[in-house]
Ligand binder design. Structure first.
Ligand code: DQQ
Length: 670
């Protein structure tokens, strides 16, 4: 067993010290640092190693995590009582050359050197010098039960639906490379959204109106069972237009062949909308007049908006005056989603359901910070408007589906199980060079059911679809494991790379009562991560950890005892020590999470090689971590319970299942 006494040693890129090491210069919008071998860098090294030592001493030696400090946009939490975490992405420096941006759409954002806590060296094009990845490290990253194509690049989920016994999943796909470009629609089918069969491409870029890309779209199932697929095409002149496609043969459960409507495009950017700011049509819903209504994301100046159109035939559309909703300062809204949730919770609702007992959700994917935000509110069908319950946590300035890596998501109503299911794209946060070497990039999150949290009434609950439990194999239970302040306790498992973990934690009650009230304004992203010691946390699990803890990803709660002894809980994931590599993102993410009276601190975690999806408090707050360990891989991965709080002991009970791999392979004999 390694030395666990100092589990949260500082990482090399401590921000309070790192800037002097870098001698950063901005050229052509990219940040450059002196190369390691240069005379200048050697001179600087001598001076700065002295400063570094001082920094270490000032840092108290051991508790600096090297957190990236990010600009906070403000905002209040879902209960309207204080600040919540805002997007770390607001400081992202894009690479000098962005293929997607020049095409008028986002793609993988290579993060800035400030976001590489390992301090990767910057080379000419704004990318970082490679870490010496070897093939076994790279192949280990491929996941076992998350959806991904056999090879190459994937991004947004498109047009998910259940049809004649099959779940269909379409996705943005580059058939030619592991980077964004040449986008067409990949296609796979499944009986349970866990095991998948790849089908031939559903739609390729073969028309003037989509020759630069068959971009994101959504499916609508008509009352007679027919499927209408609306999608964005990037034309030969890079204009974003909306196109209609439908199955060539509705009797084919596999929906193999798609016909593009001869009258395409069915919609072009309306006056006042830039030709590159008009994309991602939603599933249509019925109006009381019996028409179909859709919304499409756009922006006017810096105000993100959702335009609305009515149609009777999916061919002729009428632009409604104004827009469904807009929020100043949020920039381009991609992949807007709009759907009802039942006030009484329980089942999901068909997109057209409206009336008493229903609230409506608007979700937008913010191109500016690449996070998915939602808000709950009221839909005025006649006016074609939606109003947030709490304008302080409006779309784009309030709650996120996921505080980690999760973007361009889309829900669909699964009529076979009366549930609303959420799909989201989990992008890469390593270098593009590594993606090219491993031959693939990106995954899809485990599909999640979405319902209104009837206890708070102010947030959604997301939970892995019940079918995920069919992957559970052997389980081990650990009851009442005690972790004293400062302790790291091994959770002994036969393997720790494919897991489903259900854990509950309790703080020692007397210690909580004794704890002094504090006015700490905590934020996961600007804290020192798991090294940030308070009286009541952090405590949680170290996932994908190496035996000596040289690599570890803490997922944890941090509790602040405020005025009148009220407890305020944050749920965070700390990537800063997740990898010894220097060219991967190592941010600390998280948010405030409501923990109601009588509830324990609870988390479910799906660990799948390079992904950790963590659902706190029944899915009130979710964090998807994308991590790239180099040592905590294969048989070397471990799981630990930890408590880095200073005052209260923690008692944890866990049930941990080994997870089977899903079958994801080509459809036989096609
Ligand atoms: N991805 C698609 C666009 C969408 C963006 C292009 C979101 O339609 O706006 O690949 O990731």
């Amino acid at each position: 067993m390694g030395d666990h006494n100092q589990p949260f040693l500082p990482v090399s890129g401590d921000p309070e010290c790192a800037p002097v090491l870098g001698d950063d210069v901005v050229v052509d919008g990219a940040l450059h640092r002196p190369q390691p071998g240069s005379t200048k860098s050697k001179l600087l090294l001598a001076v700065f190693s002295g400063i570094f030592v001082v920094c270490l001493i000032l840092a108290g030696g051991y508790d600096k995590s090297g957190v990236v400090k990010v600009a906070q946009l403000g905002g209040v939490d879902e209960l309207g009582v204080g600040p919540i975490e805002m997007p770390a992405g607001s400081t992202i420096v894009r690479p000098a050359v962005s293929r997607g941006k020049s095409a008028g759409v986002s793609e993988k954002a290579n993060f800035s050197p400030e976001q590489l806590l390992g301090g990767g060296e910057v080379i000419g094009d704004g990318l970082t010098e490679d870490f010496p990845w070897n093939n076994s490290m790279l192949s280990w990253q491929r996941t076992a039960f998350h959806f991904q194509p056999e090879k190459n690049w994937m991004n947004d989920p498109n047009g998910p639906l259940f049809y004649k016994g099959w779940y269909h999943f379409f996705y943005q796909y580059n058939p030619n490379a592991a980077v964004w470009g040449d986008i067409v629609w990949g296609h796979a089918v499944s009986r349970d959204m866990i095991h998948w069969l790849h089908l031939p491409l559903a739609m390729v870029a073969d028309q003037w109106y989509d020759v630069q890309g068959v971009w994101t779209g959504s499916a609508t199932i008509l009352p007679d069972g027919k499927v209408m697929m609306l999608y964005t095409g990037s034309t030969n002149e890079s204009v974003q237009v909306q196109n209609l496609a439908y199955p060539a043969n509705h009797d084919d459960p596999l929906l193999l062949d798609w016909v593009k409507h001869p009258g395409n495009p069915v919609l072009v950017p309306p006056p006042g909308i830039h030709h590159k700011d008009f994309r991602d049509p939603t599933t249509a819903w019925k109006t009381s007049e019996g028409k179909w209504r859709i919304t499409i994301g756009s922006k006017v100046n810096k105000t993100g908006i959702a335009l609305i159109y009515d149609t009777e035939d999916f061919i002729n559309f009428e632009l409604k005056e104004g827009f469904l909703h807009g929020v100043p300062g949020t920039g381009m809204w991609e992949c807007v989603d709009f759907y009802p949730v039942a006030v009484a919770g329980g089942n999901g609702l068909d997109t057209s359901v409206n009336g008493a007992g229903v609230r409506h959700v608007v979700k937008a994917s913010l191109d500016d910070d690449r996070h998915d935000y939602y808000a709950i509110g009221t839909y005025d069908e006649e006016a074609g408007k939606w109003y947030p319950d709490n304008p302080a946590i409006d779309v784009g300035i309030g709650i996120r589906y996921d505080y980690g890596i999760f973007y361009a998501s889309k829900t669909f109503f699964d009529q076979s199980k009366q549930r609303r299911v959420l799909w989201g794209w989990i992008g890469e946060w390593d270098s593009e060079a590594a993606d090219v070497r491993k031959g693939w990039a990106s995954l899809q999150g485990m599909p999640r059911t979405v319902v209104l949290d009837t206890k708070t009434g102010s947030n959604l609950l997301q939970w892995p679809v019940v079918e995920s439990e069919s992957l559970r194999l052997r389980s081990k239970e650990f009851k009442n494991v005690v972790a004293k302040p400062g302790a790291v306790v091994p959770i002994k498992l036969e393997a720790a790379t494919q897991l489903d973990i259900v854990a509950e934690f309790e703080l020692d009650k007397e210690a909580v009562e004794r704890a002094v009230e504090s006015d700490e304004e905590f934020k996961c992203s600007s804290s020192k991560g798991a090294a940030h010691r308070g009286a009541l946390g952090p405590f949680g699990l170290l996932v994908l950890s190496e035996e000596t803890l040289s690599e570890q990803t803490p997922v944890y709660f941090y509790v602040v005892k405020g005025k009148n002894a009220t407890l305020r809980t944050y749920f965070c994931a700390d990537q800063s020590r997740s990898s010894l590599a220097n060219d991967v993102n190592k941010q600390i993410y998280g948010s405030y999470v409501p923990v109601l009276t009588g509830e324990k601190f609870a988390v479910r975690m799906l660990v799948d090689h390079s992904i950790i999806e963590s659902f706190a408090q029944g899915g009130r707050s979710v964090i998807t971590s994308r991590v790239y360990p180099t040592k905590a891989i294969y048989g070397a991965a471990r799981l630990f319970l930890f408590n880095n709080g200073t005052e209260a002991g923690v008692t944890a009970s866990l049930k941990v299942w080994q997870m089977n791999s899903a079958f994801i392979r080509p459809f036989p004999n096609l």
